[in-house]
Design a protein around this ligand. Sequence first.
Ligand code: GRF
Length: 208
Amino acid sequence: MRIAVFASGGGSNFQAIADACLDESIPAEVVCCIASRPDAGVIERAKHLEIDVHVLSSSPEGIAGEILRVLDQKNVDLIALAGFMKMIPESVVRLYRNRILNIHPALLPDFGGKGMYGMNVHRAVIESGASESGATVHLVDEHYDTGAVVLQESVNVEENDSPEDLAERVLHVEHRLYPRAIALFANDRVRIEGRHVEILERDSPDDN
Ligand code: GRF
């Protein structure tokens, strides 16, 4: 399976996914990194791993065409959004329906939606008094954070946590959860019907 990772930031999730492909815990290859800005930290990480990088440069109207060209050139099967700060154009969602994943740093459907990114999420969780937060890997549809959930893992919210403390605890989980979710797709262990995602049992003990 050929994966494109889309990112705008430091790229620690990109790194976790690429490393898991290299050590073969995901039977797939990261064939390109699409960055939304030329100063994204993820670019250095990709170069270091000799993974092709494409930095988006189109106006909002041209972005769908630009993305689709790269995906086509690279023969991409699965897209993993990892801290990508742009909305995926509808035409891309339509063509790659059920083949675009995102990771969100909270337990969706709570604390998602427009404006819920980065520290905003962790601040909102702490202000709500919730005792748990976590990470969610979900399919991407035409709206923010509303696609069907593939995997979730929770963490405790400790008394006196700052948003940064919570972010760190959640990020640690993300680095394990996202590669696990992608491995399920690479091993053909995901069945999707409408909003229902079923994880199929392993068919052999070696199957990840
Ligand atoms: C992660 O917290 C992820 O949940 C969110 O954006 C952040 C990206 O971090 N979507 P990184 O760039 O992968 O380090």
